[in-house]
Design a binder for this molecule. Structure first.
Ligand code: FES
Length: 218
């Protein structure tokens, strides 16, 4: 599940690697504690209950179908996929504008998503297959806590994610800010849009060979 023994791609160092067993411990607790983890991620709104239905055509927990027909701009829902919390968000025009704002991108560790933390069809400025819909695995790449979603509001039109454990911050595309400990962007799972109101997590039409087990870190 992790690639902790892999050679680094320049974003980590020996100290980071030495701390990885601790990360594994935290991640295990995160997965086991999904009830709490989901609750932590439900800051906005409470309809962020665990949603989604098993994809029946492709089998079991490997795919989850998500109805986004009632997901409004600026909101997210949280579903479970492979036991992980997955954030599904609908972005506003301000959220989208923030993803390309130089004042934001210059503060990010990997603004162009060069490190493999997403399928090829999400290796773009919005880290998704369609700009308005974002899908992220909600596991902090530092030690595995579940980041909180700070929805866009009057003071912050862009919104962001903040990890409650050690202060890592991510933009709404899941890109990690430099000044915080998370070394990598949040993972993006394989996603296929089934219609304008329904998507499938677990399979990528644009990158069918993608295996999330091969990303840099989850
Ligand atoms: S787990 Fe440490 S900042 Fe997220």
């Amino acid at each position: 599940m992790t690639n902790e023994s892999r050679p680094s791609s320049g974003q980590t160092n020996s100290t980071d690697i030495e701390t990885q067993p601790t990360r594994r411990d935290v991640l295990a607790k995160t997965t086991l504690g999904m009830g709490c983890a989901g609750a932590c991620a439900l800051a906005y709104p409470f309809l962020d209950s665990l949603n989604g239905t098993r994809g029946e055509d492709l089998g079991g927990d490997d795919t989850v179908d998500v109805d986004i027909s009632t997901l409004h701009p600026g909101q997210q829902i949280v579903v479970t996929w492979r036991g992980w919390p997955v954030f599904v968000q609908r972005r506003t025009s301000d959220m989208l504008a923030s993803l390309q704002a130089p004042g934001v991108t210059q503060r990010l560790r990997d603004p162009e998503s060069k490190i493999m933390q997403q399928p090829r069809d999400a290796t773009n400025w919005h880290r998704s297959i369609t700009p308005e819909i974002g899908v992220l695995v909600g596991i902090c790449t530092h030690l595995g806590c579940v980041p909180n979603f700070n929805a866009p509001n009057a003071a912050d039109h862009a919104g962001n994610y903040a990890c409650p454990c050690h202060g890592s911050q991510f933009d709404v595309a899941g890109r990690a800010y430099k000044e915080a400990p998370a070394p990598y962007n949040l993972p993006v799972p394989p996603v296929t849009m089934l219609s304008e109101t329904k998507l499938k997590i677990g399979v990528s039409k644009g990158d069918p060979g993608f295996d999330i087990a091969n990303i840099q870190q989850i």
